[in-house]
Design a protein around this ligand. Structure first.
Ligand SMILES: [Ca+2]
Ligand SMILES: [Ca+2]
Ligand SMILES: [Ca+2]
Length: 392
């Protein structure tokens, strides 16, 4: 593989650092890596960039977007005048749509005050200025200042088709994509009250035209969390998990039925130092694993922080995080929690993985040979729906 080293003269330092290892998939495979430095200048100030496999050959492209909405694609059309400008660059959220099948090309989706626009990708010409309006009914109202890439397209219901999340001032709308046709069709399925977190606002402009400098679009997916066969909506933002349980008449409630704040689950054991030979505790945030532990087809929950684990069982009322079924303490910090079958019974078991940081000797040795990283695991067999107190 040929590695391209790309230097952007109008770009930011951050952009340069992030692009240092960008490797275009179109490059011919080579026996040994070759470092190629490719220099180019943009004729505009870069506001955002992202890589995506837009071409039918699976090759990755670099999409560069300027402050005034200029869009250009590398390597397809990176040439003077190769850019076109999206309309309404101050109110524009972008998301690449990778090529879905070998004989199709991807597109660039732009959510604007004119609706959701799809700019097709052409392998020779790059992203094309002519856009198809995929959805005219939904318009971005937030004024962001400059175009940016955002997680507005997510496959929420795992049907292989992206769905649309539209951030509004105090809520976000979920539009599910319907069965495939000539062009995507979306139907508004839910409107969920804000976790579109607007972190900073300025009223330098008119109050009705505030600049939304920073906001989060949650990660969403559907899963039945109370065993009634109806898919419920799970939203994840930072340490917060919100569960919107679908009602019998098929509505997703705008306010969450249950909220889990992972930040309140803390083990007071001091965090292990990151010293060679010590166990790597992963990030210091609590982690959540979600799977049915007792065979009632309702998901259960294992929360881990440092050396402490909490087990909660779900019920037909949905998830609850007030009555733990078990609280466990391990001898060493846990790096990863897996719920996976370890024995012959049908109930999944708990597997705790610890990644050992290599010792100095191993790190030095690693300069000359492959570096071995030690991973130790402890399994806890499932006994009547809860992990056993002792490792098995
Ligand atoms: Ca979908
Ligand atoms: Ca349900
Ligand atoms: Ca269960």
């Amino acid at each position: 593989m040929i590695r391209a080293h790309i230097r952007l003269t109008c770009g930011t330092l951050a952009a340069f650092a992030a692009l240092g290892s960008f490797a275009p998939g179109s490059a011919a495979p080579a026996a040994t890596p070759t470092l190629v430095e490719h220099r180019f200048e943009t004729e505009f100030t870069i506001a955002a960039f992202q890589t995506a496999g837009l071409g039918s050959d699976g090759a990755e492209q670099l999409i560069l977007v300027g402050e005034r909405g200029e869009v250009t694609t590398w390597p397809a059309n990176f040439a003077p005048n190769g850019a076109f400008a999206v309309k309404n660059p101050e109110r524009c959220l972008l998301s690449p749509i990778p090529a879905a099948a070998p004989d199709t090309n991807g597109a660039l989706a732009a959510l604007t005050p004119d609706g959701l626009l799809l700019h097709p990708f052409d392998p020779d010409r790059g992203i094309l200025p002519e856009a198809a309006t995929a959805l005219a009914d939904t318009r971005l109202q937030l004024r962001i200042g400059a175009p940016r890439f955002s997680a507005i397209l997510q496959d929420v219901n795992d049907d292989g088709r992206h769905d649309l999340l539209l951030p509004q001032q105090r809520s976000y709308e979920l539009w599910l994509q319907q069965a495939p046709g000539q062009s995507p069709q979306y139907i508004k399925t839910a409107e969920v009250r804000t976790d579109v977190r607007i972190a900073r606002e300025t009223d330098a402009d008119a109050l009705t035209d505030r600049l939304e400098n920073s906001f989060h679009i949650p990660s969403l997916h559907f899963q039945d969390v109370n065993g009634d066969g109806r898919a419920d909506l799970l939203a994840s933002t930072g340490d917060q998990r919100s569960f919107h349980i679908q009602t019998a008449d098929g509505l997703i409630p705008p306010d969450p039925s249950v909220v889990l704040d992972l930040d309140i689950f803390r083990d007071t054991t001091p965090r292990s130092d990151l010293r060679p030979g010590q166990v790597l505790a992963g990030s210091d945030n609590a982690t959540l694993a979600m799977q049915d532990l007792n065979g009632d087809e309702i998901p259960d929950y294992v929360i881990a922080h440092r050396r402490k684990l909490w087990v909660f069982h779900g019920s037909p009322d949905g998830p609850q995080f007030t009555q733990p079924s078990a609280i466990m303490k391990t001898a060493e910090d846990v790096t990863v929690v897996l719920i996976t079958p370890l024995d012959d019974d049908p109930l999944p078991d708990l597997l705790l993985l610890r990644v050992q940081i290599p010792s100095i000797g191993m790190i030095l040795k690693g300069l000359f040979s492959n570096l071995d990283i030690e991973i130790s695991a402890t399994g806890y067999a499932n006994q009547q729906g809860s992990p056993s107190a002792c490792p098995s």
